[in-house]
Design a protein around this ligand. Structure first.
Ligand code: NI
Length: 176
């Protein structure tokens, strides 16, 4: 069996990060391979979530692991075609970041709890209610599948400032 591999993460601004992804049509070995690569890429970054468009694949797939407690076992999750079926009225504010927008963080308010259904690696329908960081993370990643970034929740001026910083960072990386 071939080892997992780390895939390059697209950086904002990139048109592929602004597109809605297509639902997966059955769980194929290629998609499972992609999911494993995405988990490897996420843990390596390190990050708590990663969506397929961030590695240039416009399919509805995300991975996450929001276990934070020291010494607690990891909980790598793979969600195909995730859908939010319920949002709490209560909201939460988290300082969010994104592997496609490194070194930039901002407070984002979102529903504090969400119920999500998805297909797991075996193609079985799963449903779970998330709270805390898990709820924020799954909403952030599902946004990616809809071509939405956390900076889209910010005031235009702040968003433009971050985008300009990122453009500069990308120019410098291209020159290096
Ligand atoms: Ni992100």
């Amino acid at each position: 069996m071939k080892a997992m591999s780390i895939r390059p993460i697209l950086l904002h601004p990139d048109p592929r990060l602004k597109k809605a992804a297509d639902p997966v049509d059955g769980i194929t070995p290629e998609l499972l391979r992609l999911a494993d690569d995405m988990l490897e890429t996420m843990y390596d970054a390190p990050g708590v979530g990663l969506a397929a468009p961030q590695v240039g694949v416009l399919q509805r797939l995300l991975v996450m692991d929001c276990v934070k407690e020291e010494g607690a076992p990891p909980r790598p999750m793979v969600l195909f075609n995730p859908e939010i079926t319920w949002l709490s009225e209560e909201t939460n504010v988290y300082e969010e970041g994104c592997l496609s927008i490194p070194e930039n963080y901002a407070d984002v308010e979102r529903p504090a709890e969400v119920r999500v259904t998805w297909l797991d690696r075996d193609g079985k329908i799963r449903e779970e209610q998330f709270d805390g960081l898990w709820a924020t993370c799954v909403q952030h990643e599902i946004d990616h599948l809809n071509g939405k970034l956390f900076i889209d929740y910010l005031k235009p001026l702040k968003r433009q400032m971050i985008t300009r910083k990122m453009q500069k960072m990308k120019r410098e990386m291209a020159r290096a």
